[in-house]
Design a protein around this ligand. Structure first.
Ligand code: NAD
Length: 425
């Protein structure tokens, strides 16, 4: 019998054999892509568990479809379902123009306090890429999802609020900055609790998956009390909570001062050999060079909201673009998670059955990993890789490949399902 997924006070899931998983079909190209993806999911589950497990998909409304059906962009009922059923998956949603909601995605993340935006980025052989060695990228981004400039605390140029704020800043805090007449102000809140829970999730992921490093990517050289504090809190957390499992660049710096550079290097080398996670930090602008020049040096990335936004898309472009990059929004403390396509609704291509469903398919892979259904993920990944290796692809990849076969969205799903048939279990 179909049942709810539940989570305990540590955020650990209990997944029944037939979990009910809510899905939002999405707007624009969403329906084409969802229909293709769900067939891939169901076939992969059947292949992996031969009738012993399946998912009961439960449609919930959001976006244009919700607005057209019941006059609301994001019904409370849908948020309640995402909370109640713990794990859900969604297609892209139209951002309403005007009318109070800045973004439905941001609203969902805030309602469930999904503080980690997780984006794995690795290359599938054969996927067109603008760089020479896209296979050198194998990273997973943990982007803080609830704070930073994304908090939406902004004041319009010329507004009364700006006048008040500037006078407080100048009169009460003696800020010596030549505010010009038409100045807008945005506020960037970054808390210790918000930073620590994000960095903790990144470090625990690295430890659980045996990954070599966590890089704290920040702009602390300029924004010392926000981005700089993010870095410092990260080092503090790592050293206090995981003393036997990590080695930090902060410890390396201290050792260098106390015992000299060669002793510090020896300690770093010993930590690497012991399999400890190396916690390091990189300034965000330099990091955008590093992902092109030395991507092999990075595994898990922990970063604030805005940096994470830029870095995710830059890395996605290297490994094949937004048509294939998956994502998830997770609260590791409560277990709540929403898996989602990283691209938008591409409205021009709605109902054309032409777009690439890989972003939702790979978001599903992340979801099955999260549920502990790794066998399903493996079936899907193997079949997807084979299909792309055979150069049977949708138009976005077809246009960049030679001798490829152009498939519609639905045909691409058929090809993936066909490639599951001969897999050994
Ligand atoms: P978009 O991602 O929808 O489309 C940009 C372009 O990327 C498309 O024209 C298309 O060429 C390509 N593309 C996108 N998805 C693809 C796929 N699966 N396969 C192949 N090519 C693909 O971005 P946009 O045009 O800036 O936004 C359109 C709407 O989507 C807006 O309302 C925006 O707010 C919304 N949006 C939603 C999400 C989300 O729900 N997660 C994310 C981004 C944008």
């Amino acid at each position: 019998m179909a049942d709810r997924i539940t989570s305990n006070e540590k955020g650990q899931l209990s997944v029944p054999a037939v979990p009910i998983i809510p899905f939002i079909i999405g707007d624009g190209i969403g329906p084409d892509i969802w229909k293709a993806s769900v067939r891939v999911f169901d076939h992969a589950i059947e292949k992996a568990y031969v009738g012993k497990r399946r998912v009961e998909w439960k449609e919930i409304l959001a976006g244009q479809k919700a607005y057209d059906t019941i006059g609301e962009w994001l019904p409370d009922e849908s948020i309640s379902a995402m909370r109640n059923y713990v794990v859900s998956i969604k297609g892209p949603l139209t951002t309403p123009v005007g009318g109070g909601i800045r973004s439905l995605n941001v609203a969902i993340r805030q309602a469930l306090d999904l503080y980690v935006c997780q984006r794995p980025l690795s290359w599938i052989k054969g996927v067109p890429s603008p760089v020479k060695h896209p296979g050198d990228v194998d990273m997973i981004i943990f982007r803080e999802n609830t704070e930073d400039i994304y908090a939406g605390i902004e004041f319009e140029a010329g507004s009364e609020a700006v006048k008040k704020l500037t006078s407080i800043l100048m009169d009460t805090f003696a800020i010596d900055y030549p505010f010009k007449k038409e100045t807008a102000i945005g506020i960037k809140p970054v808390s210790k609790a918000g930073s620590v829970r994000l960095i903790r999730a990144a470090i625990e992921y690295a430890i659980q998956h045996g990954l070599p490093s966590v890089s704290l990517v920040h702009k602390g050289n300029i924004m010392k009390y926000t981005e700089g504090a993010f870095k410092n809190w990260g080092y503090e957390l790592a050293e206090e909570v995981y003393p036997d499992k990590v080695f930090t660049w902060n410890q390396w710096e201290k050792l260098k001062v106390e015992a000299g550079e060669s002793a510090a290097n020896d300690a770093l080398k010993a930590a690497e050999e012991e399999g400890r996670v190396i916690i390091k930090d990189v300034i965000a602008d330099n990091f955008l060079q590093q992902i092109l020049l030395n991507p092999k040096d990075y595994a898990v990335i922990a970063t604030l909201n805005l940096n994470g936004d830029y870095i995710s898309d830059a890395l996605a472009a290297i490994v094949g673009g937004i048509g294939i990059a998956p994502g998830a929004n997770i609260n590791y403390s409560t277990g709540h998670a929403v898996f989602e396509a990283t691209h938008g609704t591409a409205p021009r291509f709605a109902d054309t059955d032409t777009m690439n469903p890989s972003s939702v398919i790979l978001s599903g892979v992340m979801m099955f990993d999260y549920l502990g259904w790794r066998e399903v993920s493996e079936v899907i990944k193997t079949a997807l890789r084979k299909t792309i290796n055979e150069k049977r692809v949708t138009v976005d990849f077809f246009n960049q490949m030679s001798d490829a076969t152009l498939l519609k969205t639905s045909e691409f799903a058929d090809a993936i399902i066909g490639n599951m048939a001969h897999q050994q279990k």
